[in-house]
Design a protein around this ligand. Structure first.
Ligand SMILES: [Zn+2]
Length: 424
């Protein structure tokens, strides 16, 4: 399993800061030189893009030979992906420069996996390789590395392998920052407790309705979130209509877009984690996901559909879910679940049922919570469910976390027809 640690990097003195800056600036200068040469070769029908000069001689003493090699490799990768995109007709320009000398270069470097080390603890630190000339100039010993303080908690303290470190100056946050890719072996991951199964129904009013083979039903409410998303969308549209001719955006509009996305992503991340942890506790090892059922209903216009897709960023949510599940040794599988949202679990009819807001009713006498019923029907299609369903658990978002609502689902919302009829 591959993950990335992100952390802030703080030089311990002005001298260290200057050294780090020079290291990153020289890296950018090297990148720009390589890139310039490649662009020249690209324009010349007699030249080969892959054939570039030897840069170790001029940059090795500043950056260290392995960092020179990493930047060459990174640039080669950028060109390779440019050619791959070009082949598909999706290229968006040749690889660019990391700033320029006159206006300032973008401070950035890539350090080979064996040329740095991170130590996590009370005083976490990062040690990176620098070239001999910089060592001499700044008084580092022959075998010494530049030692920097690390701030922020690494998500992945224990791993089996570390990859190439990306170290850069983050202009927005006004701090140095690092991305450390790590590989985590399966032996370090949590294993499923049993072989149970869960099925999810994903929508907008109820973000996730879930039924498990252990008889648990969970309902994550999305109504308030969705409403706020729509409010922001309306506000964006209003501001757009007020723009002068020829202008298509403004600072305020961009900031609303960002806020809308941030809010959604935050709730989605938290939902994926809350749900997966809960399912792990239930002994679930496989999660089936169906696609957006309530938006397929006829009362949703095409426009509303598009907005819901936008709201959910469905693909992104499935990726998040799969990513979180992987940490628990669980797998997520997507299945088409056409008709499950309309199917009556009692008589199997898909044509006679009616959905009114959250309730699904059928002339045969069935009445239940529409999304929970859909997830249960979906689950029964994937596997056999032997246990009876417990009372559903309703979860609400309070802008920070998902928690059980004090008003759990009432009997009318029970999806198990036998139990539902007892209350009447
Ligand atoms: Zn029926």
């Amino acid at each position: 399993m591959k993950r990335t640690n992100t952390f802030d990097v703080i030089p311990q003195s002005e001298k260290d800061e200057e050294l780090l800056q020079r290291l990153l600036d020289a890296s950018a200068a090297l990148w720009n030189e390589i890139n310039y040469e490649r662009r020249e070769h690209y324009a010349d029908p007699n030249a080969d893009v892959w054939d570039i000069s030897e840069y170790r001689g001029r940059y090795g003493d500043t950056l260290g030979a392995s960092t020179v090699q990493q930047i060459e490799r990174k640039n080669r990768e950028a060109w390779r992906s440019f050619f791959a995109l070009k082949k598909k007709g999706e290229a968006n320009g040749k690889p660019g420069y990391w700033g320029n000398e006159r206006e300032g270069r973008e401070l950035r470097t890539y350090i080979r996996n064996t040329s740095y080390s991170v130590e996590w603890g009370e005083y976490s630190r990062l040690e990176i390789l620098v070239g001999q000339d910089l060592k001499d100039e700044y008084g580092l010993g022959h075998r010494e590395r530049l030692r920097l303080e690390v701030r922020g908690n690494p998500k992945w303290e224990e791993y089996d392998k570390q990859g190439r470190l990306e170290l850069f100056w983050d202009e927005n946050a006004q701090t140095f920052r690092a991305f450390q890719p790590v590989t985590i072996g399966t032996s370090r991951l949590v294993q499923p407790l049993a072989g149970e199964t869960a099925a999810l129904d994903i929508g907008a009013n109820n973000l996730v309705a879930c039924t498990t083979t252990t008889g648990t039903q969970l309902l994550y409410e999305g109504h308030d979130l969705f409403e706020r998303f729509r409010e922001t969308t309306r506000e964006i549209a209003r501001l757009q209509s007020l723009l002068d001719d020829g202008r298509y955006s403004s600072h305020r509009i961009r900031s609303l877009y960002r806020r809308r996305t941030r809010r959604r992503d935050h709730a989605q991340d938290a939902l994926a984690r809350h749900l997966i942890e809960r399912l792990h506790g239930e002994g679930v090892s496989t999660v089936y996901v169906g696609a957006l059922t309530d938006v397929l209903n006829t009362h949703w216009s095409v426009k509303a559909n598009a907005k819901t897709h936008n709201f959910w960023a469905f693909r992104q949510f499935i990726d998040r879910l799969a990513c979180t599940a992987e940490e628990y040794g669980m797998t997520v599988e997507t299945r088409s679940e056409a008709w499950t949202s309309q199917e009556c679990p009692q008589c199997g009819s898909t044509e006679r049922t009616t959905r009114h807001s959250d309730t699904l009713t059928c002339p045969c006498g069935f009445e239940g919570h529409a999304d929970l019923t859909a997830s249960e029907t979906f689950l029964r299609r994937q596997t056999t469910v032997a246990r009876p369903m417990a009372r559903p658990v309703r979860l609400k978002w309070n802008d920070h976390e998902w928690s059980e609502s004090p008003h759990s689902c009432s009997n009318e919302e029970r999806t198990n027809p036998q139990v539902a009829s007892v209350g009447r």
